[in-house]
Ligand binder design. Structure first.
Ligand code: UTP
Length: 275
């Protein structure tokens, strides 16, 4: 039902400099897999088959990752290492990857708008690959697709955050509709703790209906001079309905050093338990 997933991956990743000088943040590995591959696997689990990736200058490694490397395949064919390429080879062969470049980094809202040419007029998922999520029983995007089938409107994933961290997030003012599902009345980008309307913070998973593109075209730059997706969602919520969904599972903020190290330890221990 939702076939396409958009991956805005054009940001500079300044918090990871100098590592991100020549390598996109989305290609930093958590154990042996780049961040963006976790996101792609989550989208596939949710039933999506087309990955629409917004890249920028210096991000070519993402395209190379989701392509066949003939030389490498040839080198390791028949060796004990061949199995290490199995997962990525299956992704490359069975799913579609499309790309466009965001030429100026004018914010997440702008990056989503740049994706219009890849998405067209249909609902779509959005994954910010630096938010690494592990769903309980099912992936977070799969949980959101289930909810979309029932309500057919834009949905943002939210989680409860401590007061001391609230200023880092977009925060929703919302009314509970059913357990863990809220109707958004308003949204505030990076509020001071005292001004936050709730402790429900938006994380990097969305399902968006395509009318968001028209709204983004008239959204003025907001906080930090960037076109904020939050502002467009707020307008969409005021015109119709946008839901916030308190997902079931864990989320690691891999855009920050602390979250990245936490995720590395978590997935390392998990892999070790399996083997
Ligand atoms: P962030 O602000 O977390 O990413 O944007 P960043 O700018 O790369 O990181 P720092 O703060 O400098 O370390 C959230 C997501 O939106 C994308 C980023 O790639 C990231 O996945 N994004 C942001 C774009 O694609 N384009 C933009 O203009 C801004």
């Amino acid at each position: 039902m939702i076939r396409k997933c958009l991956f805005p991956a054009a940001g500079y990743g300044t918090r990871f400099l100098p590592a991100t000088k020549a390598i996109p943040k989305e290609m930093l590995p958590i154990v042996s897999k780049p961040l963006i591959q976790y996101g792609v696997e989550e989208a596939i689990e949710a039933g999506m088959d087309t990955m629409a990736i917004i890249t920028g200058r210096g991000k070519r490694a993402i395209e190379d990752h989701f392509d066949i490397s003939y030389e490498l395949e040839h080198q390791i064919k028949g060796s004990s290492k061949e199995h290490l390429l199995k997962e990525i080879r299956e992704l490359v062969l069975n799913y579609t990857f499309t790309y466009t470049r965001q030429k100026e980094m004018k914010g997440l809202g702008h990056a989503v708008l740049v994706g219009e040419t890849l998405i067209g007029n249909e609902p779509f998922g959005v994954v910010l690959a630096d938010d690494l999520c592990e769903g309980e029983k099912r992936g977070v995007m799969a949980q959101m697709v289930e909810l979309y089938k029932k309500f057919r409107c834009s949905i943002v994933a939210v989680m409860e955050v401590d007061e001391k961290d609230i200023h880092k997030y977009g925060v929703v003012d919302a009314k509970e509709l059913e357990e863990g599902v809220y109707i958004i009345k308003d949204m505030v980008e990076k509020p001071k703790a005292a001004e936050a309307p709730s402790n429900l913070a938006v994380i990097g998973r969305y399902i968006l209906t395509p009318d968001i593109f028209e709204i983004l075209k008239t959204t003025e730059p907001g906080v930090g001079g960037e076109i904020q997706l939050t502002d467009a969602l707020k307008a969409q919520a005021q015109k119709g309905m946008v839901l916030a969904y308190k997902f079931k599972g864990k989320r690691f903020d891999c855009g920050s050093i602390d979250g990245f190290v936490e995720a590395t330890n978590y997935f390392y221990n998990k892999d070790k338990e399996k083997s």
